[in-house]
Design a binder for this molecule. Sequence first.
Ligand SMILES: [Zn+2]
Length: 413
Amino acid sequence: MKNIYLIDVTNRDGVQTSRILVSKLAKTMINLYLDDMGVFQSEIGFPTLKHEVNYINANLDLAKKGKIKNLRLEGWCRAVQEDIELAFKNCPDIKHLNISISTSDIMIEGKFQGRKTWKDVLDSMIEALKTAKALGAETVGVNAEDASRTETGKLVEFACAAKEYGATRFRYCDTLGADDPITIYEKIKTIAEASMIDLEMHCHNDLGMAAAVSLVGAQGAIESGVDAYINTTINGYGERAGNCDLVSILLALKYSHGFEDKIHLADKVDLKKSWKLARYTSYAFDIPIPIKQVGVGANAFAHESGIHADGALKDRRNYELYDPEEVGRGEPETLHTGRVITTGSYGGLKGFRHVYENLGIHFRGDKQARKILELVQYANLHTQKPLTDDELVFIAEHPDAVSKILTISPRIR
Ligand SMILES: [Zn+2]
């Protein structure tokens, strides 16, 4: 029996959401939370993008030091040789990449405007893949952008070539969110059976079916004898109508009638971390969680209308598929309504020490405290919003990593 692995792409596709900005410190916290939750891999960002480089290298260092334990950190690049070379020049320790190129006629004609043919696309992918392997990539996922509008025969050719040259996975991108469950299931089965390469589902939500098509695609892959990887984002954040939501996938694998016994996750993912992760990501992205969000929305366990409230009061199973505790809810949250001392960009030593003592962190002397205070001041400037308790603890425990994450030098040459 083959398995499903989760590759969360919040820190790459999620942050491409229009009109938002996520700090590098927040992206790091998201990686730490995903690791803690038991997610297999995080697509952490763009190793070719200058302002991501220090953040990526600092996160790779955190993994080396064991602060990030099991989460595999992977970068995204275009499948062109120059980008791969630049990625390794910027981030020499990166071991996992996903490389991407458009495969549909509509994109090849519309984006490359006659500069690239189908053969050029294949050649570019193969050259980029060979370069990535030669430069030390341990795993490479090869992405077919706009796969859902690409002929199946071409996808088979692309996936077989990727496998031949050493790719670890083939990423099927439903870039426009155009797929339906039946079509994607058939297509994935055809590609998987012909290529026998592990399949990655990357689905957008333009028709409201991202989670559904991701799951049936994964089922098609598993039934064909290859492992399946599902790309998710926290709270379904992503471009336009968003991506496939992480918590929806976890709950669907556990509770949907069709999947509960049929396909399962390779890793033990702790659903109880969902609430905290969703709330932090909402804070970091400055995007509220919709009231009806699966599992973590304010109304996910609310009952008001007469028949429903009566039924839920008699036995919650009448109207609830799963319990709030399963996604980490149900604990009371304290709201301080009296005097409060905070620390941040204009904070001083006394207030700073008070805040940290409440978090159980005591500094040896003023010198050490001043060093962390200065970092807290910069971190607050960097995130532009009050630092959370977990962020404050992380800053105190990993000052060198935080200092690197906060360092961005905009030199225009
Ligand atoms: Zn995408």
